[in-house]
Design a protein around this ligand. Structure first.
Ligand code: ZN
Ligand code: ZN
Ligand code: ZN
Length: 466
């Protein structure tokens, strides 16, 4: 036997107060205004959606919204009610808990059986709340004593006939807020009931296919369900057997095939899938190994390459290889959105022919490799070189290129850059030391020494010439 427990309310049609549902029947009476609100089967169905009821009864979900799998228990002491004792309790209308509390039990009626498949008993329903005892108050017209029992908001004085509207405090005292009532429907499902119930609607079948503990006999039925959403749920559920998920990699529906990507055994097949969305899903899966990502990096479809560019497991070498062949900015931007950007990748992207947008993005990165900065110093777009100059740190080689920039403003800015000033000062010092050494050597050791020294430093000297 299995149980479905719910705590529900329904608004009063007249005063809109949320009424706790105390019984599973076709009407509910408002304690506040006394109005009878009908509860149609459709209204109940909205509160007890078939898919949620099925998932709970079949053990797929412990709870959903106000519904749960909780077995019946005493509302006073929370002691569980023995399911075996329910049948004997029906004739007397209930049983008594060890704590003394009366627990109602009745056989499920036709409405309940339609709402909850296999329903046998309804446990813990409650009768209407006890009427409030009358409260005395004084008439606003003549001051004589009157009494109110909460059935009417306006009471007429028996003496002066004045109509007295009951103040809010008094009204609330007569109508305390009711607690929601937990009602449990105990159900007995045959094997055929279970099967029919689980496959009855795509929504309930899908809810089942997403669960982790399921009757093993149901898995093959779900994997062969006519609705693609159900098969996709099986395909993506690690709780389902691999032998069941693997054939779904050949499903006619691409959404089903894309859902198998977490199943490693299916990778070789999915790599060759004709549908780009399936290959993109494979690239986006964290279970896809680096060698498969390297293959997908060369994919002709843009969405696949974007997924590879963002994938955590793509090897650095594959990322750098992508840059060399990639002409689409969205893929390059996807590469730049990676949380960690290897130096080799940035240097590969920072070529002088790179698009201005990407080049500016790289030039503004907090961590910019020297080689990349040096390459961008020769970029054709002024704004890229300007972005470079706005950095606090720049390698001397990049500054030297920028100090000779064709744009006067950029040239001046490069020459005024603190790193450039320091480098110049050092260069002067080296030139001075070398010149002094030359003079010294030519004086002491003669021409031969000077020539030898000059040849040794010639490269250095040439490079340092301003
Ligand atoms: Zn009402
Ligand atoms: Zn009890
Ligand atoms: Zn009066």
């Amino acid at each position: 036997m299995t149980a479905l427990t719910f705590r529900l309310t329904h608004p009063c049609v007249r005063c809109q107060r949320a009424l706790p549902l105390r019984t599973l029947c076709d009407r509910t009476c408002c304690v506040a205004c006394g109005h009878d609100t009908p509860l149609t089967e459709d209204a109940w169905r909205e509160k007890l959606p078939r898919a949620a009821v099925a998932a709970i009864l079949l053990g797929g979900r412990p709870s959903e919204g106000a519904l749960s799998h909780q077995p019946p228990c005493c509302r006073a002491c929370q002691r569980p009610v023995a399911l075996a004792a329910l049948a004997d309790a029906v004739p007397s209308g209930g049983l008594r808990c060890a704590c003394g509390e009366h627990i109602s039990v009745r056989a499920a009626d036709a409405l309940t059986a339609r709402l909850v498949p296999g329903a046998v008993f309804i446990v813990s329903e409650q009768g209407p709340p006890a009427a409030a005892s009358p409260v005395l108050f004084a008439c606003m017209g003549c001051g004589s004593a009157m009494s109110a029992d909460g059935r009417r908001r306006v009471e007429d004085c028996g003496r002066c006939q004045a109509a007295n509207y009951l103040p809010d405090d008094l009204w609330r005292a007569l109508h305390p807020v009711e607690d929601a009532v937990s009602i449990t429907v105990v159900s007995r499902l045959t094997a055929a009931d279970r099967r029919a119930l689980s496959l009855e609607s795509p929504a309930s079948a899908r809810a089942l296919a997403m669960t982790t503990s399921l009757d093993p006999a149901l898995w093959p039925l779900l994997a062969a369900h006519p609705a693609p959403s159900v098969r996709a749920a099986v395909a993506g559920n690690p709780a389902a057997a691999v032998s069941l998920r693997l054939p779904l990699a050949a499903d006619p529906d691409p959404t089903v095939r894309a859902a198998v990507v977490d199943c490693r055994a299916a990778h070789s097949r999915l790599l060759l899938d004709a549908e780009p969305s399936v290959r993109a899903a494979l690239a986006a899966s964290r279970h896809t190994p680096p060698d498969a990502l390297s293959r997908l990096a060369e994919d002709p479809a843009l969405i696949v390459r974007i997924a590879v560019a963002q994938a955590e497991g793509t090897p650095d070498a594959a990322l750098c290889a992508m840059v060399a062949l990639e002409s689409d900015e969205t893929v390059l931007l996807a590469l730049l959105s990676r949380p960690v950007l290897p130096d080799a990748l940035l240097t590969a992207m920072a070529v002088p022919s790179q698009t201005a947008r990407i080049a500016r993005h790289i030039a503004a990165l907090p961590e910019l490799p020297h080689a990349a900065a040096t390459q961008l110093a020769g970029h054709f777009e002024d704004t890229v070189r300007q972005t470079l100059l706005d950095r606090d740190d720049l390698p001397v080689r990049a500054l030297r290129t920028l100090a000779a920039d064709a744009v006067p403003g950029l040239r001046q800015q490069a020459r005024a850059h603190p790193d450039y000033v320091v480098a110049r000062r050092q260069r002067r010092r080296v030139t001075l030391a070398l010149s002094s050494a030359l003079v010294l050597l030519s004086g002491m050791g003669g021409l031969l020494g000077a020539v030898l020294l000059a040849s040794q430093f010639s490269d250095e000297l040439l490079r340092l010439m301003p």
